[in-house]
Design a protein around this ligand. Structure first.
Ligand code: A2P
Length: 269
């Protein structure tokens, strides 16, 4: 699996697996846990080693159990998880207790990348939360730290006031919403961009164009879109409830898009 190096020297596989519906009834985000680890088992079998989790998904235990059952050594995995900050941060004790729960559910004593899941409108609180992440980073419990869904102004706060700059900003980037400016801003500040839902936003028209671009290479529309992202240095975390499609999303390293392919893809949406 190809990797890239983050701004703190840690390597991250450039294709990972999203997990937010894995192990859930009806493959639905809000579904109850089914009690099995099917999609994680397939993903590991297919060769995924980067798994993107979050407290807000309510299924970190599915990922932890899948990894345990696989007997693949923990060090081979790159596990991301995120503090649930959709309603802000409930103080230092709350954050530390939530982090402990993540470690327990994931059955690990460290996380490769730990993110603030979303910004909120209290700068002082956001900085306080970041200081906690820095503390875990300094103690080696988090190998790298970053943010998700942060815009320029939120990044500026951390870039100015943090001791450890964010290594990653995980954002929406997909057909119809490439988020060019923010990706460029991340890059300018040494922050790697991870695209969530990289296969979203593809309507019939876009799919036809992407399939056409993929045809000479023997690749599907999804493989073309993922390839486009990694060629512009964006890390992708697609997810699928189908083992074959999971495998296809990893099979994007044996072709290269032309400048004209890239122009057509950039215009989609
Ligand atoms: P399915 O689970 O039926 O395969 P994202 O990760 O961007 O949120 O997108 C997930 C969606 O893309 C899912 O609906 C998934 O459906 C589909 N998907 C995932 N991988 C592929 C692929 N390689 N080819 C086509 N569709 C895919």
């Amino acid at each position: 699996m190809k990797e890239r190096t983050l701004n703190n020297g840690i390597a991250i596989p450039i294709v990972g697996s999203g997990t937010n519906t894995y192990g859930k009834e009806g493959n639905q985000y809000r579904g109850a846990l089914r009690g099995d680890t099917q999609e994680i088992d397939w993903a590991i079998e297919n060769g995924y080693r980067h798994l993107d989790c979050a407290q807000a998904y309510n299924n970190e235990e599915v990922v932890g159990e899948g990894i345990r059952k696989s007997f693949v050594p923990r060090e081979e995995f790159f596990i991301t998880t995120k503090l649930n900050t959709f309603e802000g941060c409930g103080g230092a004790d709350w954050a530390r207790a939530e982090i402990d729960k993540s470690l327990e559910k994931l059955q690990t004593d460290y996380v490769d990348l730990f993110l603030l899941h979303a910004p909120w409108d209290q700068d002082a609180e956001m900085l306080e939360a970041w200081r906690i992440l820095e503390d875990y980073y300094n103690r080696g419990v988090f190998k790298s730290i970053g943010v998700s869904n942060f815009k320029k102004e939120h990044l500026d706060l951390l870039l100015e006031k943090s001791n450890v700059p964010p290594a990653v900003n995980q954002i929406k980037s997909q057909v119809g919403h490439w988020n060019e400016d923010l990706i460029a801003y991340d890059k300018m500040h040494g922050i790697a961009t991870v695209a969530w839902s990289p296969l979203g936003g593809i309507d019939e028209k876009a799919r036809k164009v992407l399939d056409e671009i993929g045809q000479p290479y023997g690749k599907t529309y999804a493989q073309v879109v993922l390839r486009y992202q990694i060629e512009r240095d964006v890390i992708v975390i697609p997810k699928s409830h189908n083992q074959e499609r999971q495998a296809q999303s990893l099979d994007i390293f044996d072709f290269e898009l032309t400048a004209s392919d890239r122009d057509r893809i950039a215009e989609l949406g």
